[in-house]
Write a protein that binds this ligand. Structure first.
Ligand SMILES: Cc1cc2nc3c(=O)[nH]c(=O)nc-3n(C[C@H](O)[C@H](O)[C@H](O)COP(=O)(O)O)c2cc1C
Length: 242
């Protein structure tokens, strides 16, 4: 029942039913006020049934390709989903931090609201819960280094992630990135803890529109760019000589 198969050239990897899955979490708790003890989220119990299923999948042939356990196959599939890169900012002064995400999406336009997935183990989580507001900065293709810094590459933490970029304060006081394609100042509306992550819902309180530059994307484990920088477009259209 729980094995890799093929159909029409596609690999099919059935996953265990929810009750058998080692990461199946207790019923969701809703609200900003720490609804579910962290230990319940992070301590997964692997049942004998699911361990057996997992080891069946870790045959040398399948492990050598894309990985056929639930998480491995899931990551292999999700690599193909191209995502716009955003930096989430939160906190103030020395208590400021942030992270790079591709999980941001629009929740609703009326009212304007967004959501993203935040790893509960991230150092950003307690800061966001304390300050209850966050900034969303849509990165341009020229802001790859900022994405790396906010992803923790190079080891920068907290305020050190803000170096070598210009910031101004949004309406709530949250840092917003100068030169971002667009930036949103959001009030934390809800945190829904689920599995290893929280779904963060924010009500947009201020919108800033930046330059029409190329967007920074993340696809198949690497950065890509989409579109032209505004300056390149002006030159191509003959509106500016080189
Ligand atoms: C392109 C890219 C996208 C990411 N998307 C997310 C995301 O949606 N949610 C998340 O929690 N972490 C995401 N991460 C990982 C976080 O950026 C990274 O774990 C975080 O900055 C580490 O934070 P910490 O050192 O404060 O714990 C992403 C990383 C990269 C490079």
């Amino acid at each position: 029942m729980f094995r890799a198969d093929t159909a029409g050239g596609n690999r099919i990897i059935p996953l265990p039913a929810r009750r058998d899955h080692p990461m199946a979490a207790p019923a969701p708790a809703v609200g900003v006020s720490d609804p579910q003890p962290r230990s319940e989220v992070s301590m997964a119990t692997v049942s004998p049934a699911s361990s057996a299923a997992q080891s069946t999948l870790r045959s040398p042939a399948s492990a050598a390709s894309a990985g056929t356990d639930g998480a491995g196959a899931f990551k292999s599939a999700l690599r193909h989903l191209a995502g716009g890169v955003c930096v989430i900012t939160t906190g103030r002064g020395d208590d400021r931090t942030g992270l790079t995400v591709t999980s941001l999406s629009s929740l609703s336009a009326e009212p304007p609201a967004v959501m993203f997935g935040l790893n509960l183990a991230s150092s950003v989580f307690p800061v966001l819960r304390r300050h209850r507001s966050f900034g969303v900065n849509f990165l341009s293709a020229a802001q790859k280094e900022i994405a790396d810094r906010f992803a923790g590459r190079g080891g920068a933490k907290g305020p050190a992630r803000y170096v070598e970029a210009r910031w101004s304060e949004g309406r709530s006081g949250v840092p917003l990135l100068e030169g971002a394609l667009a930036a949103l100042d959001c009030e934390l509306e809800e945190l829904i803890e689920r599995h290893s992550h929280a779904i963060v819902i924010g009500r947009v309180r201020e919108i800033r529109l930046g330059p029409n530059d190329a967007a920074l994307l993340y696809w198949r484990g690497d950065y890509e760019r989409l579109g032209w920088m505004a300056e390149e477009a002006r030159i191509a259209l003959g509106l500016r000589s080189v």
